[in-house]
Design a protein around this ligand. Structure first.
Ligand code: HPA
Length: 294
């Protein structure tokens, strides 16, 4: 009787310990645990990270010596629920440079906390990554941009109503008040312009609803050229940890209200992203060549 009671007690205690462990707080120790798990698969230190947004998974085709890790097997890794965000971590080489690619990002609009959204960036830092190349889909606020065009982000406006660094500061990750004057690395930006890309300011709303035409008018007045629902939290986190950052945005559609008769759909965004995917891969390849020669 007593033994049965003890056994039941052990089961209850171990189950509640397990469910407690599932409540991540995405702190340094958890990031270290994730990084150590990923490191077991790596043959070398990745210098450059690429994060692929919706429908841009085909960048994978330019990676050689691939090792694919399923994100769901990585301890503490938040689960992506957004369509087109597969949840894979791919290590390998582009033009002989050691890279790591996150296929599938985490969005604030999925209900993740900001700490969860930036968790993968912190893990990348612990893996030794120096350059962070974000890719995303956006709406074109600037009427000179065309649907499907790839734009180099030169600055951003954070209109998400929060900041991923709010909360207790862990000095092992970042300083309390990181400078954002050159949030997008000047040299990488110049390289992208030399490949013929236009540049623009990206404004982030939380989503998931697309913006109203009035919001797009406001965004234009504020100086935005592109509008999206991601990237800014990661860019803040990457900057705070001293990474060099660059972002490539595929202006998948003209932003809401630019054509008053047009209705925005997820379908349109995916289709245009897919069409631009090869061009984006070419630009990334050129950028990696530039980094190799720096
Ligand atoms: N708005 C916000 N995010 C987007 C858009 C848009 O028009 N297009 C693709 N991502």
């Amino acid at each position: 009787m007593c033994a049965k009671f003890l056994l039941a007690l052990i089961i209850v205690v171990s189950c509640s310990a397990k469910s407690f462990a599932l409540n991540n707080n995405y702190d340094y120790d958890e990031a270290l645990e994730s990084a150590n798990y990923i490191k077991k698969f790596l043959n070398s230190t990745p210098l450059t990270a690429i994060i692929s947004g919706s429908g841009l998974g085909s960048i994978e085709q330019i990676i050689t010596d691939k090792i694919i890790i399923d994100a769901k097997d990585i301890p503490n890794w938040p689960k992506s629920t957004a369509p087109g965000h597969e949840g894979k971590v791919i290590s390998g080489k582009i033009n002989n440079r050691d890279i790591i690619m996150l296929q599938g990002r985490l969005h604030f609009y999925e209900g993740h906390s900001m700490k969860a959204v930036i968790f993968p960036v912190r893990v990348l830092k612990l893996l030794g990554v120096r350059e962070y190349i974000a890719t995303n889909a956006s709406g074109a606020v600037n009427k000179d941009f065309n649907p499907g065009e790839i734009i180099a982000v030169r600055d951003h406006i954070n209109l998400m109503g929060t900041n991923p660094l709010i909360g207790t500061n862990d000095a092992r990750f970042n300083s309390r008040f990181p400078d954002m004057t050159n949030a997008y690395d000047k040299k990488m930006l110049e390289a992208l312009k030399s490949f013929g890309l236009k540049s623009g300011v990206y404004i982030a709303f939380t989503g998931p609803s697309f913006e109203t035409p009035a919001e797009i008018n406001m965004a234009a007045l504020m100086g935005a050229d592109l509008v999206g629902m991601s990237t800014v939290p990661e860019v803040i986190a990457a900057n705070s940890m001293g990474m060099r950052v660059c972002a490539l945005s595929c202006a998948a559609n003209m932003a809401a209200g630019i054509d008053p008769d047009h209705t925005l759909t997820e379908q349109e965004v995916f289709e245009n992203m897919k069409k631009s995917s090869n061009e984006l891969a070419e630009i990334i390849s050129l950028l990696i060549n530039y980094l190799n020669q720096e």
